[in-house]
Design a protein around this ligand. Structure first.
Ligand SMILES: C[S@@+](CC[C@H](N)C(=O)[O-])C[C@H]1O[C@@H](n2cnc3c(N)ncnc32)[C@H](O)[C@@H]1O
Length: 284
């Protein structure tokens, strides 16, 4: 790949998706784009970059989609979901007992495992929320990932990554080589193609936001912008889950650390005691 093509692709990806590609990542660009070159029956990556240069919208969208790292797993890292189940959900039941509704966002949801893990966690304790209006929203810049997420059909390999056998048998039905998520869980989640670089306000506000293993690909400035936007979407006592190696420290003052090793942060509102946060452990 020519240095000019690399520069153009790197600039385009950063502007449109926030993805940062340093010069030593030429191999990554080529590796991720080669399947697309084959699918579109082009001759080389240079043909794709020519499409990006010519502002061909379909080509541009396909290049962004192909470049995204979509690696994910059910109940990834496990402990954040234990916190959500044992701390946030009981707090929500008390704090939202009058409204009987709450919403969770999975931002950068990839093929849906994160949002579906949240939905299964809520389903497990659904007897505590009779008649509640509970919504889980999954968004991702990749339309192909979102289409797969909305189907709720996973391979044997996918379900072996993180799903306890009991949960698998409880919420999935085996169909030939695949596992199909039951409608009860699937209907709790709405998926939408959405770029975190765009206005997020139309999504509405959320009680908890999972944005795990997404910000790690962004440069500091973009990370700050996204964190500011996510902070505005969170309700005053809301909770933010980042990936284990991600932090808001030194990036944004809109959040307060709850368990930084697990990537758990609370919305920081100066006039609000930390004990009122949904992320705060309460002694019953
Ligand atoms: C490594 S996956 C993480 C999936 C899941 N959150 C998890 O932790 O398992 C990162 C996801 O973030 C998405 N992503 C990256 N940049 C994005 C952006 N600007 N807007 C929305 N989604 C984005 C990618 O398409 C990809 O699906």
């Amino acid at each position: 790949m020519s240095p000019e093509d690399f520069e153009l692709a790197a600039r385009f990806l950063k502007e449109r998706s926030g993805l940062v590609l340093t010069r030593d990542k030429t191999y990554l660009l080529e590796n991720r784009l080669m399947p697309l070159v084959r699918d579109l029956r082009l001759k080389s990556v240079a043909d794709l970059i020519a499409g990006v240069r010519a502002s061909d919208p379909a080509m541009q969208t396909a290049v962004i989609d192909a470049m995204m790292a979509k690696d994910t797993a059910f109940f990834r890292d496990w402990k954040p979901y234990v916190h959500f189940r044992t701390v946030v959900l009981p707090n929500l039941r008390v704090a939202r007992g009058i409204q009987t509704r709450f919403r969770v966002l999975s931002a950068g949801v990839s093929t849906g495992q994160e949002a579906h893990s949240v939905a299964m966690t809520i389903k497990d304790v659904s007897s505590s929320f009779p008649g509640w209006n509970i919504e889980v929203v999954g968004i991702d810049i990749s339309a192909t990932a979102i289409a797969a997420a909305a189907k709720g059909i996973y391979s044997q390999f996918d379900v072996q990554r993180g799903l306890p056998i009991r949960t698998l048998l409880q919420y999935f039905t085996k169909q030939e080589d695949s596992w199909v998520l039951n409608d009860g869980v699937r209907n709790m989640v709405k998926f939408q193609t959405w770029n975190l670089m765009d206005d997020l306000f139309p999504l509405g506000r959320f009680d908890a936001i999972f944005c795990r293993n997404v910000l790690v690909y962004l440069d500091l400035k973009t990370k700050l912008e996204v964190l500011q936007k996510l902070g505005r979407l969170l309700v005053d006592d809301g909770v933010l889950y980042l990936g284990l190696n991600e932090t808001v420290m030194g990036v944004s003052s809109n959040f307060r650390a709850v368990d930084p090793d697990l990537g758990i942060y609370a919305a920081h509102r100066a006039d609000r005691p930390a004990s009122l946060s949904l992320a705060a452990k309460v002694d019953l």
